[in-house]
Design a binder for this molecule. Sequence first.
Ligand SMILES: C[S@@+](CC[C@H](N)C(=O)[O-])C[C@H]1O[C@@H](n2cnc3c(N)ncnc32)[C@H](O)[C@@H]1O
Length: 314
Amino acid sequence: MNKFKTEVAEGLSQSPKSLPSKYFYDELGDALFVKIMHSSEYYLTRSELEIFTKKSNQIIDSLQVEKDNYFELIELGAGDGLKTKELLKCLQNRGFNFDYFPIDISQNALDKLEISLKEDLPTLGIQKRQGDYFETLASLKKSQYPKVIMFLGSNIGNMTDAVAAQFIYELGANLNTGDKLLLGVDLIKDASIVLPAYNDRQGITRAFNLNLLSRINKELGGEFDIEQFSHQPEYDEKEGIAKSFLVSLKKQKVFVQALDKAFEFQEGEKIATEISRKYNDEIIERLIEQTDFKMVEKLTDEKAFFANYIFTKS
Ligand SMILES: C[S@@+](CC[C@H](N)C(=O)[O-])C[C@H]1O[C@@H](n2cnc3c(N)ncnc32)[C@H](O)[C@@H]1O
């Protein structure tokens, strides 16, 4: 059974129901996410792009990579590489010796990224890899070159704190002393700023969330009537976690052919589709507590909406 099928079956059979957010990203999901990134409400991309535009030199200095020593720049969940390109340009201009290794679950996102990088940075060495980044951690050990791992866009916030801590631990266990981690995270702030980022006026996040059901319809012969589900974002500033749900608008049964199974929904029943954790220094410290990572630097945008932390593996 393919993984999508298994995980949909598991997620819709449990109570409360859930679907993994990594399945947002098919061709349509990738395009919708790029639109979200450019929406006026989605401050995350703008804030991190500001850091990369204004402070790439500072990032490079804090990464302490040596000019003549080849290193691997590996990005987990690279997406369209918008912010990364700022850093790549700066590294090339300063004459660093490296290749770029984008990893993404979406082959479509990787192919598009490669095409745009070849246009913008024709001499860049690119080695793309399709896969779930959880499953690619062990392969990092294969090469002994110095490494810089980038995990941007607050992607880590899609994991629960326990999973994120385990992920960072495993990442560290597959790196060598002196390797670096550049982690981009969204900072805890008022609901009036956070919530609209997951509920833009144009309805792009709504379409992005509902696309999960369309994907089940397309790939697994699902019979979801998209009109009978609504998009519901929630955010509790104290907890610091934005959550997205799909809510059944009526009592209904939905058959999924590939699973040969019908799933029952009560009116108002929720499917949890994504969490987006927001951070502060204390939460970050807790994440790396059990690992060999030490914090080297923290850079923020002017409004302090977003932070890029740099860690070194001791
Ligand atoms: C929210 S987007 C962010 C993209 C980019 N990091 C940025 O900051 O703009 C998440 C990206 O990670 C990819 N992704 C999500 N879950 C993944 C997983 N488990 N393994 C590999 N890639 C994943 C998606 O395909 C998408 O390109």
